[in-house]
Design a protein around this ligand. Structure first.
Ligand SMILES: CC(C)(COP(=O)(O)OP(=O)(O)OC[C@H]1O[C@@H](n2cnc3c(N)ncnc32)[C@H](O)[C@@H]1OP(=O)(O)O)[C@@H](O)C(=O)NCCC(=O)NCCS
Length: 181
């Protein structure tokens, strides 16, 4: 399928395909601890309940849904208000063709507008495409949580990745923060 990828903020009528693509990722067993299914009505309620700093975006090509992405606050603690966790899901048949990369690049560009200075990703350690996607977009691996949760009765490790976006004016430069301490 050709044509540009169009990315827009999710609308209620995107809920059904968001749930379908989410359930594909769940069925593949390397994306999330969540369990499905996620029918459209459930995803519609999920969309409606999200706060203003937790946007969901949808990607279409020539009118066909290709994937979706989201930002969500990393913590309820106010001092982490600038840190968001990102999510990217691409339809099974559309993977490996750069859609995930475009969705993540779009999130990186949009995130400062929602008040974020850093994105983090929590990626199951065996999720090679998920890790490659993050590294290809400038995320560094912070480390791997061992046996962080169970999926289908098996303990799974979770790798934490992060990328700074910009710093609040009074917090000093990112380079200073990255210097060994
Ligand atoms: C992870 C995911 C979003 C990647 O989306 P995608 O559209 O296939 O990714 P892209 O085509 O943009 O490729 C991104 C990187 O992953 C690599 N990649 C893609 N498919 C891969 C595969 N099956 N195995 C290994 N690497 C793969 C690409 O080579 C690329 O890395 P590079 O730039 O170093 O070459 C997609 O596989 C997916 O939806 N998985 C299920 C949900 C999930 O795991 N999300 C990640 C956690 S938020």
């Amino acid at each position: 399928m050709s044509g540009p990828l169009e990315i827009h903020i999710a609308r209620p009528d995107d809920a059904t395909f968001i749930g379908r693509i989410y359930d594909e990722g769940i069925a593949d067993g390397n994306a999330t601890f969540a369990t499905g299914p996620h029918p459209g009505e459930e995803r519609e309620r999920w969309l409606a309940a999200r706060p203003a700093n937790a946007p969901v975006f949808c990607a279409h090509r020539a009118g066909t849904p290709m994937g979706w992405s989201a930002l969500a606050p990393f913590s309820h603690r106010p001092w982490y208000a600038g840190v968001a966790e990102y999510t990217v899901y691409v339809a099974r048949e559309a993977r490996g063709a750069g859609v995930g990369g475009q969705l993540l690049a779009h999130l990186l560009a949009a995130a400062p507008g929602y008040g974020y200075w850093k994105l983090v990703g929590l990626i199951l350690a065996e999720n090679e495409p998920g890790l490659r996607l993050a590294h290809a977009h400038g995320f560094r691996t912070v480390g791997t949580h061992l046996a962080h949760g169970t999926l289908g009765g098996h303990w799974r490790d979770v790798t934490l990745v992060e990328r700074h976006l910009a710093m609040p004016d009074d917090a000093g430069s990112i380079e200073e923060l990255r210097a060994p301490r």
